[in-house]
Design a protein around this ligand. Structure first.
Ligand SMILES: Nc1ncnc2c1ncn2[C@@H]1O[C@H](COP(=O)(O)OP(=O)(O)OP(=O)(O)O)[C@@H](O)[C@H]1O
Length: 229
């Protein structure tokens, strides 16, 4: 489990995170939801220790996060970090050379799943295919937790559907996934837990399945109630 406890972060004098707490379980998809600028990326960056925080703590499987914890987590940023002149196979080779947790078989499965060509250059890919390569590079790692920043942002409906399908496949099974998004239509039905954020605080954290079953409400219904209250 990833436990985020009372996380606070300031940029200059601005309090971007004001005591954010939530948990994300293994084998579940947890979605951090909130409008642009609410602090979603900052939370992922804090978990990855890419930004210093002003307070709070993060536990992974009960342990305070430390250098070794990062063997358990892969981070998929909202834009691909590979050089545009690389071919897909070069990017995969780079990951294989750099990360012990790289799993070539899983990468090959994803190539097939997304119908990508190893020889294509990243600079020539459509936005949708670039997003798919970005996702492949993270999901191919043998890690317990995957953080994804806005995986659906700015890509066409068909690519979004294909990417959403990944979440119901064996490629994410048994792993803990944290996704950030400001619009959840594509993955509403896939989410196990939703964390609704606003102005640096968690307004509500809930189990989506439970709310569907006990209250007959979708995540979007709850969002309407919470954000329009
Ligand atoms: N390095 C930085 N220096 C100053 N302010 C920053 C920095 N990074 C982020 N911010 C500010 O912190 C706030 C939260 O940013 P963050 O990127 O976490 O939001 P977000 O919810 O992920 O938004 P988006 O959906 O647009 O990605 C924003 O107002 C942003 O301008």
């Amino acid at each position: 489990m990833i436990e985020v406890k009372e996380l606070s972060k300031k940029f200059g004098r601005r309090n971007v995170l004001k005591g954010v707490s939530f948990t994300a379980n293994k084998g579940e998809i947890t979605c951090l939801i909130g409008i642009n600028g609410v602090g979603k990326t900052t939370i992922l960056n804090a978990i990855m220790a890419l930004t210093p925080v002003n307070g709070g703590e993060i536990l992974i499987d009960g342990e305070r996060i430390h250098k070794g914890s990062y063997e358990k987590i892969a981070f998929i940023p909202d834009a691909i970090t590979m050089l545009p002149q690389m071919r897909i196979k070069d990017a995969m080779q780079f990951m294989a050379d750099f990360y012990q947790s790289w799993n070539q078989k899983r990468a090959n499965d994803m190539l097939k799943f997304f119908k990508l060509d190893l020889n294509d250059k990243i600079s020539t890919l459509s936005k949708g295919n670039t997003a798919k390569v970005n996702m492949l590079l993270g999901l191919a790692m043998d890690v317990d937790y995957i953080l994804m920043d806005e995986p659906f942002s700015g890509i066409d409906i068909f690519s979004r559907e294909q990417i959403a399908e990944v979440f119901t496949s064996h490629l994410v099974e048994d792993r803990g996934v944290i996704i950030t998004t400001h619009e959840i239509n594509d993955i509403e039905h896939l989410i196990d837990k939703a964390v609704l954020l606003d102005e640096g605080v968690v307004l509500k954290e809930f189990n989506a399945e439970e709310v569907r079953e006990t209250e007959g409400k979708s995540v979007i219904d709850v969002m309407r109630e919470v954000y329009q209250a």
